[in-house]
Design a binder for this molecule. Structure first.
Ligand code: UD1
Length: 416
């Protein structure tokens, strides 16, 4: 199994091009099921998760070709509606095929995703919303099963803001009969980007960028030709790495407004940030200041940056308090960072981080995608060598991470 060997202590310097966003690419890949035809998706990151999703589409009968960052998906030949457990369990986003399959074929058999490393991640809002639109869903042997579904417009209010449920229902509603109103929807850039892609294909969606979407179902959509938005979490992770290493880097090909909450926290911790039209400069301080963070749905501070921010605060002068309100158990990085010398006390979903002067290299284990990213940036700032095991988690969500960090001057190599 691959590991990463990192020798810390070098400030990151230079420019890095940010890849397309995994969390924006996956819903658009699912949306290709809505219209039979040849779809073109540009700027798709080459990641394990986009490859797994391509595999799901292939199992449904689609023809998928990945050339560099251009993904061509022919969904004319889709002839199956079954997404098996073996794939869904490795990537929860596979559940996104449910809405499009019901909308186009009126039937589906999609495995329930189950929990993940940081606890239960329910899909009840997805299912309740589809049921409100007239889908009779059965749970059989771990699968969501439906047939003879004719989706009808409905008013669906979410009691929790959910990226997944918003995306799922939006895709179902664009081909449903009549008007659907979705209330208290997620505003994450990935959601708005999907909406814009659907509108460009003929969908009728009003209210994008607000908490209320009104969707008039249409009878058919044109195939997708779209460019995936840049990955705000990858960008913010590099910014956090600069903050920890006294680095000075430029993030290129980004939309600064998409990660403004993270940039503001990094400024509060002492970074100098320059926002350009499609680039951001970040210079780290001699030592970060302690900051308090509460994760929130967009435009708040993202749960996907909580682990990396804990790493920054581990080196800060003073005590930081970091609370995750989206996922309460998402702290598997804490004991690993402690192995590197961090002083972190966990009380439920709140981490109290007492900054230390220095972190030390150690052997640590990656436990999920963003937890792994926090270990990498901690290792870049630590004294000595860190060996990170189980980095397949990183390969799910960061494109060419060691190459990009190496180009910024980090001493990092993949070892077997
Ligand atoms: C969440 C993040 C997303 C991030 C992703 C992976 C938010 C709002 N969403 O998205 O930015 O990229 O994790 O780290 O920050 N929920 C239910 N029932 C459902 C669906 C969700 O109760 O059917 C709850 C979840 O348990 C969670 C909250 O709603 O507490 C947000 O869920 P959702 O946005 O759907 O989660 P992800 O799509 O995983």
């Amino acid at each position: 199994m691959d590991k990463l060997l990192i020798t810390g202590g070098r400030p990151l310097q230079g420019a890095v091009r940010i890849s397309g966003a995994k969390n924006a690419a996956l819903p658009v890949m699912a949306a290709t099921l809505l219209a039979p035809g040849v779809h073109r998706l540009r700027n798709v990151p080459r990641l394990r998760d986009t490859q797994t999703f391509a595999r799901v589409l292939e199992l449904l009968g689609a023809k998928v070709v990945f050339e560099d960052h251009l993904l061509t998906i022919d969904t004319q030949s889709v002839n199956s509606v079954e997404a098996p457990y073996e794939l869904v369990k490795t990537m929860r986003a596979s559940i996104y095929v449910l809405g499009p399959l019901l909308a186009r074929f009126g039937r589906a058999k999609v495995s329930l995703p189950g929990g993940c490393a940081w606890g239960p991640r329910p899909v009840n809002l997805h299912l309740a919303g589809l049921q409100a639109m007239g889908a009779a869903l059965d749970i059989e042997h771990g699968y969501i099963v439906a047939s003879n579904v004719k989706l009808k417009g409905a008013t669906v209010g979410f009691d929790v803001v959910s990226v997944g449920a918003t995306v799922q229902l939006m895709m179902a509603a664009v081909l449903a009969q009549g008007q659907t109103v979705l209330e208290n929807v997620a505003l994450e850039p990935d959601v708005t980007a999907l909406g814009e892609v659907l509108v460009a294909c003929g969908a009728r969606i009003e209210g994008l960028g607000t908490r209320r979407l009104t969707i008039q179902g249409v009878s058919a959509l044109r195939p997708i030709d779209a460019t995936i938005i840049p990955d705000r979490i990858e960008a913010a992770t590099f910014a956090a790495a600069a903050a920890m290493t006294r680095g000075k880097i430029r993030l290129e090909g980004v939309v600064p407004g998409h990660f403004e909450a993270a940039l503001r926290k990094l400024e509060e911790s002492g970074c100098a940030v320059q926002r350009g039209a499609d680039s951001v400069g970040v210079s780290g301080p001699a030592r970060p200041r302690a900051v308090n963070v509460v994760t929130q749905p967009f435009p708040g501070f993202p749960t996907d940056m909580q682990a990396q921010m804990i790493a920054v605060c581990a080196l800060a002068g003073g005590t930081s308090v970091i609370e995750d309100t989206i996922y309460f158990d998402r702290f598997t990085h804490v004991p690993e960072l402690a192995r590197m010398g961090a002083r972190i006390e966990l009380k439920g979903n709140v981490a109290v981080v007492k900054g230390v002067d220095r972190l030390y290299g150690a052997q640590v284990m990656a436990t999920d995608l963003r937890a792994s990213a926090s270990l990498v940036i901690a290792a870049l700032a630590a004294e000595g060598e860190t060996l990170i095991d189980r980095i397949y988690h990183l390969d799910r969500g960061y494109e060419a991470l060691e190459k990009k960090l190496g180009a910024l001057g980090a001493q990092i190599q993949r070892v077997n």
